[in-house]
Design a protein around this ligand. Structure first.
Ligand SMILES: [Fe+2]
Ligand SMILES: [Fe+2]
Length: 179
């Protein structure tokens, strides 16, 4: 998805920060639900998922700090992202290791793609603080994506439907949140 200047009162950079903040809340809930299920079935994955979760909390905080500095508010899709994320995390974790890792690979690939497009736009308008915020989380998200792929997410039967539904959900949230 490519970004352009907003025609409403809220500028595009602020909208990007809000949508990303909501997305981080979605990611937090994916990992929370996966940890919840993994405690029963896949205890060996709990510590990895807890590390991912800690990163997502850090990201949430980075965007929220910058939104508040700009006197912004939470995105309209914040709670929707949280609920959607929790359901996705729960369902994927019930499918075991491949489910968890395909979900991670799918989610984090969509995320990194969006972040890269956002960086192109934010650099073009010279919004250095927003660039720094996005840049600050990019490496973590790439790491989550690569771990997902390496740890068995490459199962095409699960990856493709996850990737499709995550892309669709993320795009809807962005379109809704960017209005
Ligand atoms: Fe994140
Ligand atoms: Fe992540």
């Amino acid at each position: 998805m490519y970004y352009r200047d907003s025609t409403s009162k809220v500028d595009t950079a602020k909208k990007i920060l809000k949508v990303n903040h909501a997305g981080e809340f979605g990611a937090i809930n994916i990992y929370r639900a996966q940890i919840f299920v993994s405690r029963f079935f896949r205890r060996d994955y709990v510590s990895l998922l807890e590390n991912f979760l800690a990163d997502e909390y850090k990201h949430l905080d980075i965007f929220w700090t910058e939104i508040q500095r700009r006197k912004g508010i939470k995105c309209k899709s914040y709670w929707l992202c949280g609920a959607g994320g929790w359901c996705l995390g729960f369902v994927s974790a019930l499918m075991g290791k491949t489910g968890i890792m395909s979900c991670t690979w799918a989610v984090e690939s969509v995320v990194t793609e969006h972040l890269e497009h956002q960086l192109v736009y934010l650099k073009s308008i010279g919004d250095h603080r927003a660039v720094d915020a996005v840049q600050a989380i990019l490496e973590d998200e790439q790491h989550h994506r690569d771990v997902g792929q390496k740890e068995g997410g490459a199962d095409a039967f699960l990856y493709i439907p996850f990737r499709w539904s995550v892309s669709f959900f993320t795009k809807s949230v962005i379109v809704f949140g960017m209005r």
